[in-house]
Design a protein around this ligand. Sequence first.
Ligand code: ACO
Length: 429
Amino acid sequence: MPNNLTIIDNRTGKKYEVPIEHDTIKAMDLRQIKVKDDDFGMMTYDPAFMNTASVKSKITFIDGDKGILRYRGYPIEQLSENCTSFLEVAYLLLHGELPNRTDLDDWRQNIKLHTYVHENIKKLMEAFRYDAHPMGMFISTISALSTFYPEAKDILNPDVQRKQIFRLIGKVPTIAAFAYRHSKGMPYIYPENELTYAGNFLNMMFKIGEAKYKINPILEHALTVLFILHADHEQNCSTNTMRGIGSSHIDPYSACAGAAAALWGPLHGGANEAVLHMLDEIGSADKVPAVVKDVKEGKRKLMGFGHRVYKNYDPRAQVIKKLAYEVFEVTGKNPKLDLALELERIALEDDYFVKRKLYPNVDFYSGLIYQAMGFPMDFFPVLFAIPRTAGWLAQWQEHLSDPDQKIARPRQIFLGYGERNWVPVDKRK
Ligand code: ACO
């Protein structure tokens, strides 16, 4: 079977053979298609990258129709069931293989060496208003790290790259917890490096007066699973931002800050916060039909539903739904669970959702767990950004080592004025 595409330009009658690789044609191969020699040549128009692959990647695989998610080939269900530490999965994303015992110990040790932040970071965070949104604090502080580690600019040096990866994965939980403590007016708790990644984070968040904060093992496990589920998701909006900013060869702190800003939006990682606001607003199960009616009339969206890639149940949502019951055994049931289940039941039976293949996504149930665990709603996007940092860094590293990549710079279809002459201010209409 020939592995190419024949294109006939009906404007000129000319025929072109374009090679196919991985079921894809190169957009640049269309540039030869012209009517006149001095034409720019054919481009594709694909707002929001609906059907454009911008990278070749070996990190995360998604089959949205079948509801499959794998990191480096391993199904998300197996990783979330069996990995006892988030750092094991972070290693997998960044190195391509699961670590053996020695590699895992070294990796953990390297990350633990970088969990503390410079005292000036603490002062910087203290400057935020008491009611500053924790995600705003998180983004600004990650960005500020670039000024503490100016050597990070040497992005193509593998040792420098590795060091910033240790620093970022090590420090994001500390910065996140400091943002929370700041908003509560509580003293910051320094990292305790003998704890697990999730355990240390819970300790920095919730320790108050006790000499030794007792971490509930079920909640620690639940947070580890949530971190694993959120660690990467191939070319989503924030990862594309990480790669796009990183393609200018800026340091990874600046790129991560940009990625985190993209994550914050309510159509992306901010959706879990939006889901709880929506459930609060709906209030009771008897209001669900009216809400679904509004959604169908285009008056509102059902937050936590729908996905650009998944046209089936989001496999992360399946794991989270199960996890929710384990967490509620400890914390007591989140009263919004029944409402969420009713909303899901009605939506999944409704033709509008069935026809559009709209299923609950990762954000539909994650917020219910986070809230039951005592995290405030505005902290949810920060909880997403902590593990996703590992994914952003894996994608950034892959991007920098990919010889196909250059600075990201899309084309446009210009539809504005042609050339026109400047008019003095008094003569303008
Ligand atoms: N509620 C109601 N209708 C929806 C929803 C929703 N949540 N999502 C999509 N639709 C409808 C659209 O109106 C559209 O209908 P139409 O064909 O009649 O115009 C159709 O389904 C297709 O939707 P698009 O907006 O074209 O899908 P897209 O891939 O651009 O958007 C997105 C995906 C942004 C996730 C969207 O589903 C959405 O806004 N969901 C709610 C926010 C959310 O939960 N975001 C979290 C995503 S997961 C994550 O980022 C971690």
